[in-house]
Design a protein around this ligand. Structure first.
Ligand SMILES: [Zn+2]
Length: 112
């Protein structure tokens, strides 16, 4: 590439790379992760999403077509707990992702 990057400041590309690691693909195929426009189609972290066809993220930002949430890469990074001022650990973070905090199978409240 040849581009000089400051060691303590992440570029949007760096952020997206870290974001992509944390996004739940939800079965999104390789052809959509990313697609030809660089959009990574995944489950929306802002609502209880089950289909990776509503939410896309790229260096240009993110947009959810289901709940209407949109914003910058940095905003999405914050949501996912990606610190833009630090190096990104390649291994797992000690705390769980926010939208995974509740088990998917125990959402029913019908039991007495
Ligand atoms: Zn959404």
């Amino acid at each position: 590439m040849g581009a000089h990057t400051s060691p303590d400041r992440a570029t949007d590309e760096d952020l997206l790379e870290a974001i992509v690691r944390k996004l739940d693909r939800g079965g999104s195929p390789d052809g959509k992760f990313p697609d030809h426009q660089g959009e990574h189609w995944a489950l929306c972290p802002y609502h209880n999403d089950t289909h990776p066809t509503n939410f896309s993220a790229s260096v240009r930002g993110f947009k959810c077509f289901a709940c209407g949430r949109s914003g910058s890469v940095r905003e999405l990074a914050q949501k996912l707990g990606v610190d833009p001022l630090r190096c990104f650990p390649a291994r797992d973070v000690p705390h769980p992702s926010p939208w995974r905090a509740t088990p998917p199978t125990s959402s029913s409240s019908c039991h007495s």
